[in-house]
Write a protein that binds this ligand. Sequence first.
Ligand SMILES: [Zn+2]
Length: 100
Amino acid sequence: MRLPHTIPLSNCRPGEDCACGKTITLSPDEMAWTRQRNIWGTATWATDYGRPAAVESGNAEIKTHRLHMDRGFTRVFGTTKNSVLLAFALVGLINGAPPG
Ligand SMILES: [Zn+2]
């Protein structure tokens, strides 16, 4: 681009076949590990894409927004006692009861 305007920018000759301006497409089998499983924008893709967001939304409800389940949420010792109390807390969250 810094050469004089009289020198062409490429070695292409009009009318000859070259790769300028061509779109290179790859088949789905090439580099398949980098491709999405479903076609972008379809309902299948939207369902697949929304699943992790839904799970993280549920986790946020448990940890932050409604249940505030954090260290000290239960004040008992032992896996069995904690499991029972957490089960009741999660049932209360699912049924829409206010956290207690
Ligand atoms: Zn060209």
